[in-house]
Design a protein around this ligand. Structure first.
Ligand code: SAM
Length: 215
């Protein structure tokens, strides 16, 4: 907010013009509000997560959810959304027939919001949202994994997925592709794009790379 707007806003609020001290109070108040929203609503539960692995909450767009789901079409079994936010991908996965449909999310407010959305959709108790650090979840029986996380953590995530997922698993990444993997297919464009990766193919490619053969 520039000083003129701030002065105008303050004048409207107090019915009078403000001096420099008034402006300082507004600026400090705005900063404090931003901090309270950040620390109290967006990032609780992250105290034990190293700063470089912290990912803020941004929900997938309707189109992004559609694209993620289209890349899972024809598949079944367990679906897991890592960093499930308000639970929209998990809920849509359940509606598309995935069982069980599970979300892992650190932020307790978002877990509550997810349960509310599930209840509103008549799916309360049918989908599960766990308050758990995604880095500590064992993924060895997850056939369908969805992620929408910051690019800064995706290289590390590739390593975890490669180590733990079963051979027939498919990973679908929304908004940001997995940095070193070649996708089997993709859908959508721009901020709504999603990429699908089949673990069997990724492992074969990684094997070829480590043996030094051209890919
Ligand atoms: C970009 S949002 C995506 C939300 C949801 N998957 C969607 O597509 O709408 C990423 C989410 O991951 C959560 N998250 C980040 N790091 C996490 C961690 N280590 N364990 C569990 N959840 C995490 C954040 O709280 C945030 O809600």
């Amino acid at each position: 907010m520039d000083p003129e707007d701030a002065e105008e806003l303050a004048a409207e609020l107090h019915g009078k013009t403000v001096d420099g001290w008034g402006l300082f109070q507004i600026a400090a108040g705005t900063g404090l509000t931003a901090y309270v929203v950040w620390a109290g609503i967006l990032m609780p539960g992250f105290r034990k997560v190293p700063l470089r692995l912290q990912v803020p909450y941004v929900p997938a767009s309707v189109k992004q959810v559609e694209n993620v789901m289209s890349l899972l079409k024809g598949r079944s079994g367990k679906l897991v959304d890592l960093g499930s936010g308000d639970g929209r991908i998990v809920l849509e996965g359940y509606k598309q027939g995935f069982r069980p449909a599970i979300g892992y999310e650190l932020n307790p407010w978002l877990i509550r919001l997810s349960s509310y959305h599930a209840w509103k959709a008549g799916c309360y108790g049918k989908v599960s949202y766990h308050r758990e650090d995604l880095w500590k979840v064992n993924l060895s029986d997850c056939k369908n994994v969805t992620v929408f996380l910051a690019p800064s953590v995706l290289l590390l995530l590739e390593r975890k997925l490669l180590m733990e997922l079963p051979e027939d698993a498919r990973v679908v990444a929304g908004r940001f592709p997995l940095p070193s993997w070649i996708p089997t297919t993709t859908d959508g464009e721009g901020v709504n794009q999603a990429w699908a990766y089949d673990i069997k193919t990724i492992r074969e490619t990684e094997q070829d790379k480590s043996e030094g053969s051209p890919v």
